[in-house]
Each structure stands twice: as C-alpha cells, then as structure tokens.
Design a binder for this molecule. Structure first.
Ligand SMILES: [Zn+2]
Length: 145
C-alpha cells in the first residue's frame, strides 16, 4: 500500500536525521564545539556561535516528556480524514532542557488507544516507516509502572 500523505523532503541540513530514522534510530544535531543539541538542525550553533561550525548526528534516547499537544479534528488534506482525530505533541527530549521535537502522539501498541494526555507525561519515540526513504518519528505514552 502506498503512502498518500505529504512527507518531509530531506535536504542537506536534515539528511543525517532521516538516514538514522530509516534505521529506527532517533538522532539530533549536536555541536562539536559546545555539545549543544539543536532540533531542527541549524547551519550555525546558536549557543557558541563558532565560526567553524561542525556538527554530528548524536543518537538520543527518544525519551521525553509531553510539553503540549493539540488534536487535529479537521484535516486540510483529505488523505488524513480516516485518521482523525490526530494528536500532535511537543515533546521535550530528556537530553537537554528546551530540546523540543514535534510528533504525532500514538498509542503504545497497534491495538491500543491513547490514554488521557497530561503535561509532563513520559513518552518514548517510535518510528513509522512510511516510504522506502522516509520514516516519521512518533511518540507513544510510556505506561505507568
Ligand atoms: Zn556550539
């Protein structure tokens, strides 16, 4: 079955993220001078402002906390209609305060349903491999122990 929804187009700045995502690995750009994480990736480090900008794609845990979210209830693109409502969250990754990543909030497993969302709820990254070249990060609530 083909994926009929819009997908991100990797560019030279973001290709490292997408390449890792294809392998199910979440990475974030990290400055080699000051170790600051930046997402989305940036051409220059906003923290150390080094004129010799060099970065690596650092594997991160995928663990974070839900900062905010919204439910998409009306799709501007008809291809999403069969998935409504869609929960879209802002997740703060545990590696750095303020390191935010957007992603769809999904049930922890294929047959599950979303629990009530709450600020600070722990979530973990998972991937949806939508095409041969693009895998999208999703975040699933972590079940309370
Ligand atoms: Zn830096």
């Amino acid at each position: 079955m083909s994926y009929d929804k819009p997908i991100p187009i990797p560019d030279t700045l973001s290709e490292g993220h997408w390449a890792a995502a294809r392998s199910g690995v979440l990475t974030v750009q990290r400055c080699l001078h000051c170790s600051h994480y930046a997402h989305p990736p940036e051409p220059l480090c906003r923290v150390c402002r080094s004129l010799d900008a060099r970065f690596e794609w650092q594997k991160v845990s995928g663990e974070g906390r839900l900062k905010s979210w919204t439910f998409l209830r009306n799709a501007m693109i008809p291809a999403f209609n069969d998935e409504l409502p869609i929960a879209i969250g802002v997740v703060e990754l545990r590696e750095q305060a303020g390191l935010l990543m957007l992603g769809r909030i999904v049930p922890a497993n294929a047959i599950g349903s979303l629990p009530p969302l709450s600020p600070g709820m722990p979530v973990t990254a998972k991937f949806e491999h939508v095409t041969a070249t693009v895998s999208l990060v999703r975040f699933a609530p972590v079940a309370a122990a």
